[in-house]
Write a protein that binds this ligand. Structure first.
Ligand SMILES: [Zn+2]
Length: 333
């Protein structure tokens, strides 16, 4: 985790992992450190199942230099690919073997990386190199599991993951700040998949200043949807950047929402890999801690924050309810 270091100040840096792990240590969560050497050829083989070969070659080429800029948000250093492959391959291998929820504290994040890098016309690939959630799906598939669900609760739309599986019968629930108001400006409610994947994609959107009150109402509908789908395996893109004042978004989520997310995932009782996506300051401490309290069934009562624009509350709930009802018909019947 000490690799892939930005030259200048950048929100995605090794310090994130230290802040997060220190907090978990203090709270008495068991943190297991994994050290491994990546098999680059093997990782490339797996990566080429969801990324274009040309894209992987492009990243390889950039990584010969000490420091490169992939785009305005995304940097690449001489050891970045080693870390990206390690995270990618470890996600795949964990999915092959795990039977209970595992929270894989890893970087760089991956959910903005599509088949060829930038996905769904996003302006950049938002700190992401290889799609780790995608690798996890492949791992679950390779052990013969077919009813797979992905929950992405990073505050930004998981456009890379959405693009990669858009025409597959994988249930994807992506909760994010409304694309009119936040990067990557993708993931509208009307986008519900295509081909085999039609009706399996829920883009749930939240206006700026949404608080726990609204988020929790939508989460209870998400829970019903996922329970009805009854996944054999679950992939979670866990971003904690929707936490109030984490820095990169305008949502006002606090412990109450993250605890509820953890509890929801716990209740599904499926083999689950939770991968770290975003989260840059307070989300990595208070957000992660409350999420894990929910995931591990610790009883804590958190007060719910309120949505600032009260007049928008019912509208936000209604838009997302409509999406979930549409998906319900197709994905559950
Ligand atoms: Zn994010």
């Amino acid at each position: 985790m000490t690799k892939h270091v930005p030259l200048e100040k950048h929100p995605e840096n090794p310090g994130r992992i230290k802040v997060l792990v220190d907090r978990l240590d203090k709270q008495g969560f068991r943190v297991e450190y994994v050290s491994r050497n990546v098999d680059v050829q093997e990782a490339q083989k797996i990566a080429s199942r969801i990324h274009a070969r040309g894209y992987i070659q492009y990243l390889e080429k950039l990584s010969r230099y000490n420091y490169s800029i992939v785009d305005e948000d995304t940097y690449l250093t001489i050891d970045s690919m080693e870390l990206a492959y390690t995270t990618f391959q470890t996600s795949y291998e964990l999915a092959l073997s795990l039977n209970e929820p595992v929270f894989y504290v890893s970087r760089p994040p991956g959910h903005h990386a599509g088949r060829g890098g930038k996905a769904m016309r996003a302006p950049s690939q938002g700190f992401c190199l290889l799609n780790n959630a995608g690798a996890t799906v492949l791992g679950f598939k390779d052990r013969g599991l077919t009813r797979i669900a992905i929950i992405d609760f990073d505050v930004h739309h998981g456009n890379g993951t959405m693009e990669i599986f858009y025409d597959e019968k994988i249930l994807q629930v992506d909760l994010h700040q409304h694309p009119d108001t936040l990067y990557p400006y993708t993931g509208y409610p009307f986008e519900i998949g295509e081909g085999e994947g039609y009706g399996f994609k829920a883009n749930l959107v939240f206006n700026p200043f949404t608080g726990d009150d609204v988020y929790l109402r939508v989460l209870s509908m998400v829970q019903e949807l996922l329970e009805g789908f009854n996944p054999e395996a679950l992939v979670v893109s866990a971003g904690f950047d929707g936490f109030l004042n984490d820095g990169l978004s305008d949502l006002r989520l606090t412990e109450a929402s993250y605890e509820a997310l953890g509890r929801l995932i716990r209740g599904l009782e499926a083999p689950t890999l939770i991968i770290l996506e975003g989260g840059y300051s307070v989300g990595l401490t208070r957000g992660v801690e409350s999420f894990l309290n929910g995931l591990t069934g610790r009883e804590v009562n958190y007060a719910a924050s309120k949505t600032l624009r009260a007049t928008e509350v019912e509208e936000i709930v209604r838009i997302n309810e409509k999406t979930i009802l549409k998906i319900r018909k197709k994905a559950i019947g």
